[in-house]
Design a protein around this ligand. Structure first.
Ligand SMILES: *Cc1c(COP(=O)(O)O)cnc(C)c1O
Length: 362
């Protein structure tokens, strides 16, 4: 069998290694000038038009973003159930309650009308996830939020560079978090970048990140040590110079799959939207596990199920809610390799394998 094609593959080059070495030689390893430069360069690169604050993980970014937006015990924040558990975890970690709403079957992202139906007198915010790199319907979410006096928070963990009518994700909410975990569209090793709407949220983010201190030993709030190191920031700064080309490659790979897959439902893209294809997710309504096994065992092609158990059914949450679109997506979703390391022969192998497995199952 030919070489295995993995479902994801972080790209680390000589430039990243040299950047790490530069920081190691400087002797200053913790948060410092590299982090400050990374924050400025990230905001500029993605044209966010607002300040960014770097933290040690995407999950920390969501957690601190919510705290800095005033979310706490007694509050409810509406989130999708069809996402990585960090979305709901971060709400629960503030003492607030995550309330699970359903998704749009086309984009797999939170549905504004389902959100509307979940609003109570305790609801303070809504946190759409730009899942798989496809932007959530931010126009719809902002309209519902406006009507009900809610804040909007963005989980942009998977969506570096995605946009709606030319406006980048990460520029809509009170804050937005981009994850820098190795399998995301760009990485710093571990890390998160949070774009913030205004100086007060920014100041609180910086306080919570650093033990509640803006000036040393003058602690203002109970804070965390969620700082990013200069080693990680140096990796991220190099990746920023490459992520644009990687995104274009992801989009070209997705276009090839769209054009050549037959007998499976390819992922639709909403009008006016820039999809950055963190994942390329098809639906397999019958025997998804058998489909994935055949891809792996017979064709050497990896795939992923993101996410097979919706958050509202996970042990920490166990919410008694009816989310039919979420349940169906969780049962059917299968993500194929779309990462920028794929070559043309890899793409052709993926197409012929998926088409063959789909035909055999039909
Ligand atoms: C990866 C991810 C997170 C968490 O980011 P980490 O950097 O791994 O902490 C949160 N939400 C979503 C949707 C993610 O994919």
């Amino acid at each position: 069998m030919p070489d295995f094609i993995p479902p994801a593959k972080p790209i680390i080059g000589d430039e990243e290694r040299a950047a790490v070495d530069r920081v190691m030689r400087s002797g200053m390893l913790a948060q410092g000038p590299e982090v400050a430069a990374f924050e400025t360069e990230f905001a500029a690169h993605f044209r966010l038009g607002r300040a960014c604050v770097a933290v040690n993980s995407g999950t920390s970014g969501l957690h601190l973003g919510l705290l800095s937006s005033g979310v706490g015990p007694g509050d409810e924040v509406i989130v999708p159930s069809f996402t990585f558990a960090a979305t709901a975890n971060s709400v629960a970690l503030t003492g607030a309650t995550p309330v699970f709403a359903d998704i749009d079957p086309a984009s797999f992202c939170l549905d504004p009308e389902s959100v509307r139906a979940c609003i109570t007198e305790r609801t303070v915010g809504v946190m759409p996830v730009h899942l798989y790199g496809h932007p959530a319907d931010m126009v719809g979410h902002l309209a519902v939020a406006d009507q009900h006096g809610l804040q909007v928070f963005e989980d942009a963990a998977q969506a570096h560079g995605a946009a709606i009518d030319g406006r980048p994700v990460g520029s809509f909410g009170t804050f937005a978090m981009f994850s820098l975990y190795p399998t995301k569209n760009m990485t710093s090793g571990e890390g998160g970048m949070v774009s913030v709407d205004g100086p007060e949220v920014e100041r609180l983010m910086r306080l919570y990140r650093n033990q509640g201190m803006e000036r040393q030993y003058e602690n203002e709030v109970v804070g965390f040590n969620n700082r990013m190191t200069d080693i990680h920031a140096a990796i991220g700064r190099v990746q920023l110079t490459k992520v644009g080309a990687w995104t274009r490659q992801r989009q070209a790979n997705a276009a090839f799959l769209d054009a050549h897959l037959v007998g499976v439902t390819v992922p639709p893209v909403a009008a006016g939207v820039e999809h950055v294809y963190h994942q390329y997710t098809i639906r397999v309504p019958e025997d998804r596990t058998g489909f994935a096994t055949a891809l792996r065992e017979e064709h050497g092609i990896g795939s992923g199920m993101f996410y097979p158990i919706p958050n509202h059914r996970l042990a920490p949450f166990q919410a008694d809610v009816d989310l039919p679109v979420t349940e169906r997506a969780a049962a059917e979703c299968l993500s194929l390799p779309v990462h920028p390391s794929l070559g043309q022969p890899d793409l052709e192998r993926i197409v012929s394998a998926v088409n063959a497995v789909a035909k055999a199952g039909a």
